[in-house]
Structures are given as structure tokens and as C-alpha cells.
Design a protein around this ligand. Structure first.
Ligand SMILES: Nc1ncnc2c1ncn2[C@@H]1O[C@H](COP(=O)(O)OP(=O)(O)OP(=O)(O)O)[C@@H](O)[C@H]1O
Ligand SMILES: [Mg+2]
Length: 230
């Protein structure tokens, strides 16, 4: 099996408004190995979220390609890309993106509805979602809706949701940005464990020193380009 799981080739993203062009990513080349723990850092507005969304199949590049397991994810249909996403990718968004009208448990449960490769067994999947909420220490908040939860609790629901389909890859966009230091530390431990013990490939935007020091690789994004730390 090829050891490269995610590959970006000459990835470019330009936003154009009526007045001017904003070149956010100016030709990113990146290879991420299976079971890697890769940290992405850079100043605010540098394009970290944009890059993560493109790597995770959530946006459209202006130019260039992203390969996941050798498949050019922007060269296939939206449907096929959505299938790859739901089977292989968990995403923890910078601003949670939980659905307000659903409970914490239902939010965690939702990716299983979308994943067509799963044989649907509601009772089993509810238990799975409940166990994941237990893992992020939120068993007591299963039936709360997002507006009834704190920032740290929302972040933990989002992490549990990202794990629902047991994806091979987890993208995390500043997953500890809204947490107090103790909860942040617990989330770091959880992500490190998922990488080490559960062999998940993790790509994470974070300034947490602990994760950066244990990461296999830290890359910096500046002026639309990547710089390796080591
Ligand atoms: N839809 C959009 N239209 C126009 N410009 C955008 C759009 N989305 C992002 N940008 C711009 O692209 C740049 C990169 O944004 P991005 O969210 O990727 O930055 P970031 O590195 O994640 O920043 P932060 O650390 O603050 O989260 C910013 O200057 C932002 O204003
Ligand atoms: Mg961002």
C-alpha cells in the first residue's frame, strides 16, 4: 500500500471580488503520509482554514489537485467526493458547525445517516454516538441543543461527531482555540491517542505547544506558501 494518503499538487485558491483578486494559496505542494500527525501553523488570515477545507474536499481549488488514496477528489463528481468524505474524513471546524435544531447526540449521530457504506442500524449507531460523547466527557449533555452548551462543550461535540464514521483521516481546525487550558489539554491527549493508538492520520491547525512538540511534522503557511520547520 502506498504510504502517501493525502497529496496536494500546486494547490491554488484565489478569491475575486469586483475590485481585486486575493491570492490566498499560491501553489501548495504537500504530501501527508498514513498515520501522520501534521501540524499547520501561521498568522491569522494566512489561509490555514482554506487549506484544510481544500485538503478535506470541502471547497473547490482555483487550480491544482488534491489526491486522497490516489483519487483526484476534485476530478470526480460531487457525489463521489461526498462519499469519500463521509467514509474517510472527519472534520472539526474552527466554528463547530453544529446543527442548532438537533441535540448533541443527534449531531454526533448525523454523519452515520450520510455514510451510505454503513448498514443502518439505528440502535447500534445511537449507542456508538453516545459512547463517543462519553469519550469526550459529555454523557451528561447528550440531550442539550447547541445553544445550551458552552464553547468547550460545543467543541467536544464537534470532535465526537468527527469520529462517528471511524474515519481514517481527521482534520482539526484550532480544536482547542475556545477551551480552557485543562479541557484543551484533555482534547490534545485525545487527539494524540487517536493518532498513536487508533492510527488515525491527523492534520491539525493549532498553536498548542504540546501537540506541535509531539507532531511528526510542523509546517508554516505564510504569503500563500508553505515552509517546513524541519
Ligand atoms: N469566501 C471568501 N471570500 C473572500 N475572501 C475570503 C473568503 N474566505 C476567506 N477569505 C480570506 O482568505 C484569507 C484566508 O482565510 P482563512 O480563513 O483561510 O485564514 P486562517 O489562516 O484560517 O485565519 P485564522 O487564523 O484567523 O482562522 C483571509 O484573508 C480571508 O479574509
Ligand atoms: Mg482559520
Amino acid at each position: 500500500m502506498n504510504n502517501i494518503l493525502i497529496e496536494a499538487k500546486n494547490l491554488r485558491k484565489t478569491y475575486t471580488d469586483t475590485v481585486k483578486k486575493l491570492e490566498v494559496l499560491k501553489g501548495i505542494d504537500l504530501e501527508i503520509n498514513r498515520e501522520d500527525l501534521l501540524v499547520i501553523q501561521g498568522p491569522s488570515g494566512a489561509g490555514k482554514s482554506t487549506l484544510l477545507h481544500l485538503l478535506g474536499g470541502l471547497d473547490m481549488p482555483t487550480k491544482g489537485s488534491v489526491f486522497i488514496d490516489g483519487i483526484d477528489i476534485y476530478g470526480i463528481s460531487d457525489n463521489n467526493r461526498a462519499n469519500i468524505r463521509s467514509q474517510k474524513i472527519g472534520f472539526v471546524f474552527q466554528f463547530y458547525n453544529l446543527l442548532p435544531e438537533f441535540t448533541a447526540l443527534e449531531n454526533v449521530f448525523l454523519p452515520a445517516f450520510i455514510n451510505r457504506s454503513l448498514k443502518f442500524n439505528k440502535k447500534y449507531l445511537r449507542q456508538e454516538a453516545s459512547d463517543l460523547l462519553g469519550m469526550v466527557k459529555l454523557s451528561h449533555r447528550q440531550f442539550h441543543r447547541p445553544y445550551q452548551l458552552s464553547g468547550g462543550e460545543l467543541q467536544r461535540v464537534a470532535i465526537a461527531r468527527a469520529l462517528m464514521n471511524d474515519p481514517e483521516i481527521i482534520f482539526c481546525d484550532e480544536p482547542t482555540g475556545n477551551l480552557d487550558s485543562k479541557t484543551g489539554e484533555e482534547i490534545c491527549e485525545l487527539l494524540l491517542k487517536l493518532n498513536k493508538d487508533n492510527r488515525k492520520t491527523i492534520v491539525i491547525v493549532t498553536h498548542e505547544q504540546k501537540i506541535a512538540s509531539l507532531a511528526k511534522r510542523v509546517i508554516h503557511i505564510r504569503d500563500g506558501q508553505l515552509f517546513n520547520n524541519n
